[in-house]
Design a protein around this ligand. Structure first.
Ligand code: SF4
Ligand code: SF4
Length: 428
């Protein structure tokens, strides 16, 4: 049986076997640093030991729900990657195990909740296009309660609720503007169908720096499939996205992402999966919105007077992994805003992991440490859509929580109104 797991995990079986069991990963792993962390099999190191044991001698048998439950305690935050002395891509190894599990177990591999999550894109796409009165009924308390029951979501889970409208509509007929730099925008599903205002604010903000966004043909990034181990589905999406985005790259355009998960998928996961020239070209062309803003502020192309504004910066797991925290902080400081603190605890959402009933208690426990650092009021900037939702939910709306570029756009607009900067009003 060990050979079956080895065969299905491929090179990631070798990666798991390189683990020297030092336990450094435990020191940063949010689920390990919780009340379950005293149980060895529920730690980051313990998951590697389990896999090694299964690979070496077939015990414990790896294709059981119980085994998978232990692996599923890895929420893919990437915090361990930088501390592992063996440089093991730990979350990818876990995703690779999940892939092996789905292949070995077949149709029964996904739980009901995971199946619902895997079909997230068509659901939010439908809701985003539904007229407001019907959407209100569909998202009203009774049907939402039923949906949470069916999907095994916790009653208090902050589900992504579409605000109405789509980015496709907003960017319909978008073309380059004469005299402006052109970037191709890869929005991903959340901004496209759940919160189009993320893309609208990025577009308006960048116009103040004479950058215009075009919106190429695109599909979901596949990050949820990646988390669930459905690599075949990720690969299909990656092929289609790379095909479309590489046409933009050929025109000399960079690919803008406004979600850290999209930045991660396009920059790291797609080239790993596809191993093609085109995927590497797209990867090289990716620029995260926070990297772009930082370079625009540094060069003076984006300016505003934000003195008097203050916030706490939540350094999210993916901001840390993508080395964005210092860039976000530096941009705002250069514009005169006061960074009242940088808080780096995990919020416990783990993408959609923390929404499930079975994970909610642990998710809240993990997020509780962050809340104690944040306090109970004020403004928090957090670069991850699901972290924003989680913090709003855990603080019961007492804090203003925004993505950095959304806050920047609002503040730049406010400053423009105050100081009468012409180029801002032109842009909006
Ligand atoms: S990716 Fe995050 S949750 Fe998974 S083992 Fe590493 S630190 Fe722990
Ligand atoms: S830090 Fe790396 S080598 Fe050490 S226990 Fe974790 S996975 Fe293994």
């Amino acid at each position: 049986m060990s050979s079956r797991l080895r065969e299905l995990m491929g090179v990631y079986a070798d990666e798991a076997e390189r683990c020297i069991r030092c336990g450094f990963c435990n020191s940063v792993c949010p689920t390990t640093l919780s009340s379950i962390g005293h149980i060895p099999s529920r730690t980051s190191r313990g998951r590697l030991v389990l896999l090694q044991s299964s690979l070496e001698n077939g015990t414990p048998y790896p294709f059981t729900p119980r085994f998978k439950e232990l692996i599923d305690l890895c929420i893919g935050c990437q915090r361990c990657v930088s501390v592992c002395p063996a440089r093991i891509p730990i979350p990818t190894v876990m995703s690779s195990y999940r892939r092996a599990y789905t292949v070995a177990v077949g149709g029964k591999s996904l739980s009901r909740g995971e199946w619902v999550v895997a079909n997230y894109e068509p659901v939010v796409k439908y809701l985003s296009r539904t007229p407001a009165p019907l959407r209100r009924i569909l998202l009203g308390k009774p049907l939402l309660w039923l949906f949470k029951r069916v999907g095994d979501f916790a009653d208090d889970a902050p589900l992504p609720i579409p605000e109405g409208g789509t980015l496709d509509k907003h960017f319909k007929n978008s073309t380059p503007r004469p005299g402006y730099q052109t970037l191709a925008y890869f929005s991903d599903t959340y901004a496209r169908f759940v919160k189009p205002s993320i893309g609208v604010s990025a577009r308006m903000l960048l116009r103040t720096a004479e950058i215009e966004l075009v919106y190429p043909r695109q599909y979901d990034s596949g990050v949820i499939f990646w988390e669930l181990g459905l690599w075949d589905k990720v690969e299909k999406l990656a092929v289609r996205n790379v095909e479309s985005l590489s046409e933009e790259v050929e025109k000399g355009r960079r690919i803008l992402c406004t979600s850290p998960a999209s930045t991660l998928m396009l920059r790291e996961v797609y080239p790993k999966l596809l191993d093609s020239e085109k995927s590497r070209a797209v990867s090289d062309a990716v620029v995260d919105i926070n990297e772009l803003i930082n370079s625009l502020v540094e060069s003076g192309r984006l300016s505003a007077n934000l003195s008097g504004l203050s916030f706490v910066l939540h350094s999210t797991c993916l901001s840390q992994y993508l080395r964005l925290t210092s860039q976000i902080s530096s941009s705002f400081q250069k514009l005169g805003a006061h960074v009242g603190g940088v808080v780096s605890e995990c919020c416990g959402s783990g993408g959609l992991w923390g929404l499930f009933r079975k994970n909610r208690e642990l998710s809240i426990e993990i997020g509780g440490k962050l809340l104690r650092r944040l306090g109970s009021s004020g403004t928090v900037l957090s670069y991850s859509e699901t972290c924003v939702q989680q913090i709003i939910s855990l603080t019961k709306g007492s804090m203003t929580v925004q993505l950095p570029h959304e806050a920047l756009y609002n503040w730049v607009r406010m400053a423009a109104t105050q100081y009468g900067a012409e180029h801002i009003s032109q842009a909006t």
